[in-house]
Design a protein around this ligand. Structure first.
Ligand code: FAD
Ligand code: MG
Ligand code: MG
Ligand code: MG
Ligand code: MG
Length: 555
């Protein structure tokens, strides 16, 4: 790593010169990866690092297996057991990959470089910042917690994003129990300290609530039996159900299980603000205002934008968005050489109406200005692959074939011959765009995107042409094959651990399984998904320890 020291102490920024930037045939292109979470890690692991000059930048030098973070809050699993040192992976990549522990504070899209800052305690004064140039940039910085601007949340609530957050929550639970055990307190004081509030009824909030309930009832109340009547867990959810992205059977089951166990689930409530020891919310249906005293609150309500991403979006004409818009090849829109994966990005599928003129010309072979039924069907069949919304729409509308689209628009019977001009044509296909949906912000999506992109990069490097995807307007012709298939997400189902050694699992299709055996499936899947044998072993040790001795109640 030759950092040219100019000796000029005023020079604020040191640009790290790597190779010639891929200008000659022999030198490699420089890839900078921002972030080593699910997206960045998956990209790095799958990338053939001998093909590129790879630089990875992240403010922490380990990967976190986030699905087990809720287990860290209760001590079921230790934080270190779900953290994989990034340097171990870098080492396995040979001498072509480098890791820099720093935070990217600015993406300078015009000059193709990123400005990074050493944010650790050990740093050289006046030399905190440096710049890295890139040919390709992979933005995988994830997201922050979203407070929706609610007052007091930043000051008084815990978030659950990082291992350090989970450790703090664990400490805070222990603090609440110890303080509540002091001899001079009133019942009211104790109840306030032992009132645990979770804002957000999504998978993370629900899983945390379940972990907390297990911790309290399996372990803590054995140690603090005198506090039995004073503990309360409340889940505050803005929607009408918890786990509302899951199958209805799962969300019902979770609600019933929680209610049975005494977890108070408050649905349809909007949080107005948080103060020290008190959270205020409004019941939407009755407009009733409620003030709930609390000892600890965990805030878990969706994701927000990192400042560095917001600034980047501003530069490239994507202001006012929550996440980076990419095309289906994961290329950041309006920004050459940049790719976005995971929680910080979202694919904007090509809208079919944008291509109406093109499609019409393509279909109208004899240039007559109108399309026959056959021409319509033939063309749509050809481009179905390109616009996934067509299939989704037809499925939703229970249409058997493309003819359904036509008869729907022209109100003619399926077999009557029609002549479509461009306006009719537009009408017939425009509706399908309403079916474009974004992918969820999950580890599953981020990991698949990282792997996909790495494979593209691996193939791209071996060819003279360095385009991952079609240049300019996207080609739709049957013959005009893209060099790479667009990214396609395979949903493998999702778990919801519900506590008490029970879990729910939802598979694509209409498959749901709930109960004890599902929890065992959960254990085995999550053990197998660990990124290394080291963390797999550690996690399994932790689980064994929990079964044998219970959870550790010390801070
Ligand atoms: P992250 O994994 O968040 O990684 C972001 C990376 O960028 C980190 O390495 C971070 O240090 C780094 N970074 C941040 N800022 C900068 C910067 N300025 N410069 C450089 N690097 C930076 N998903 C599931 O599919 N299943 C689950 O069961 C599940 N459970 C979850 C439980 C919890 C408690 C949480 C918080 C999330 C859970 N998720 C789950 C969601 C999943 O973790 C995310 O969707 C996933 O982590 C997204 O991956 P990512 O690479 O986009 O971001
Ligand atoms: Mg990442
Ligand atoms: Mg992660
Ligand atoms: Mg995304
Ligand atoms: Mg014609």
């Amino acid at each position: 790593d030759a950092s040219p020291d100019t000796g000029d102490s005023k020079a604020p920024l040191q640009v790290v010169a790597t190779n010639a930037g891929g200008t000659t045939k022999s030198s490699k292109k420089r890839v900078v990866i921002l972030g080593v979470g699910w997206g960045g890690m998956s990209f790095l692991k799958n990338l053939d690092s001998t093909l590129y000059d790879v630089r990875v930048v992240a403010p922490r030098n380990y990967f976190v297996f986030t699905p087990l973070l809720p287990s860290v809050t209760s001590g079921s699993v230790e934080g270190r057991s779900i953290s994989e040192p990034i340097r171990r992976i870098i080492r396995s990549k040979g001498k072509h990959a480098h890791f820099h522990e720093a935070e990217c504070i600015k993406i300078d899209a015009k000059n193709k470089r990123v400005i990074c800052k050493d944010v650790s305690e050990a740093k050289v004064k006046g030399k905190e910042e440096f710049a890295l140039e890139y040919d390709y940039l992979v933005v995988a910085v994830g997201a922050t917690s979203n407070t929706f601007g609610t007052k007091g949340v930043k000051e008084y609530c815990h978030f659950l994003k990082e291992v350090s957050d989970a450790v703090k929550i664990r400490e805070s639970i222990a603090n609440c129990f110890e303080s509540a055990s002091l001899p001079h307190l009133s019942t009211e004081d104790r109840r306030k300290l032992l009132s645990f509030v979770i804002v957000g009824g999504g998978p993370t909030g629900v899983e945390f609530a379940a972990e907390l309930h297990d911790l309290i009832h399996d372990d803590l109340l054995n140690l603090y039996p005198h506090l039995h009547n004073d503990v309360k867990i409340t889940v505050v959810q803005s929607g009408d159900h918890i786990l509302n992205t899951y199958d209805e059977r799962i969300s019902k089951y979770a609600e019933q299980k929680f209610t049975r166990e005494g977890i108070d689930v408050k649905m349809g409530c909007r949080v107005l603000g948080v103060q020290e020891g008190d959270i205020a919310f409004k019941v939407k249906s009755t407009s009733q205002l409620v003030n709930l005293p609390y000892g600890m609150i965990v805030w878990s309500t969706g994701i927000g934008t990192r400042p560095v991403v917001a600034d980047f979006m501003e530069q490239i004409g994507q202001a006012d968005r929550r996440v980076l818009a990419t095309d289906e090849w994961l290329r950041v829109k309006n920004c050459e050489g940049a790719y976005g994966i995971g929680d910080c990005a979202s694919i904007e599928a090509r809208r079919i109406v944008e291509d109406v003129g093109y499609l019409f010309k393509l279909a109208d072979k004899n240039n007559s200005g109108t399309l026959t039924t056959e021409e319509f069907v033939e063309t749509i069949e050809k481009v179905r692959q390109r616009y996934p919304q067509i299939d989704i729409y037809m499925e939703r509308q229970h249409m058997k074939g493309v003819l359904g689209l036509l008869s729907d628009a022209t109100k003619a019977g399926e077999h009557s011959a029609v002549q479509l001009d461009i306006q009719n044509f537009k009408q017939a296909i425009a509706k399908v765009d309403s079916q474009m949906k974004s992918m969820p912000a999950t580890a599953q999506v981020a990991a698949q995107q990282g792997e996909y992109l790495a494979n593209c990069f691996n193939n791209m490097a071996s060819e003279v042409n360095d385009n991952i995807a079609p240049e300019g307007p996207i080609r739709i012709r049957g013959t005009g094959r893209h060099r790479f298939q667009r990214f396609q997400y395979r949903h493998l189902g999702q778990f919801a651990p519900l506590g008490g050694e029970k879990a729910a699992y939802e598979l694509p299709g209409d498959w749901v399984s709930i109960g004890r055996s599902t929890q065992w499936l959960w254990y085995s899947v999550y053990a197998s998904k660990q990124v290394s044998w080291r963390t797999r072993t550690l996690v399994m040790f932790d689980w064994t320890k929990k079964f044998l001795f219970g959870r550790d109640s010390s801070k």
